[in-house]
Design a protein around this ligand. Structure first.
Ligand code: SF4
Length: 100
């Protein structure tokens, strides 16, 4: 097998695996999901209903919440409170807890 062909096959295999991985990616949590509603989750923390959630303080977002499963730079990541879904890094819910 020529080197070019081998490289092509390796690249194709890697790309295929990447696509399969993307297809398996978890769905974004919908704000209308009953569990999301129950916890006051919003995908954009600046939209938090501060009358309903007076404990919310500006600057609190999923990425700096102790429960956020991703890196602080990840746009979305898992949260144990919403199994099988990913939450927005810029999101917020009433279970927000200070990291560390
Ligand atoms: Fe975001 Fe934390 Fe609420 Fe999970 S618990 S949705 S990471 S604020």
């Amino acid at each position: 097998m020529s080197r070019t062909r081998r490289v092509f096959l390796i690249t194709a295999a890697a790309t295929g695996a990447g696509l399969a991985g993307a297809a398996r990616a978890q769905a974004k949590l919908d704000e209308k999901d009953p569990q999301a509603v129950a916890l006051g989750y919003v995908a954009d923390a600046t939209k938090v209903d501060t009358k309903k959630y007076p404990k919310y303080a500006a600057g609190q977002v999923c990425t700096n919440c102790a429960l956020y499963q991703g890196k602080p730079t990840d746009a979305v990541a898992g949260c144990p409170l919403f199994a099988g879904k990913v939450v927005a890094g810029k999101g917020w819910c009433s279970a927000w807890a200070k990291k560390g």
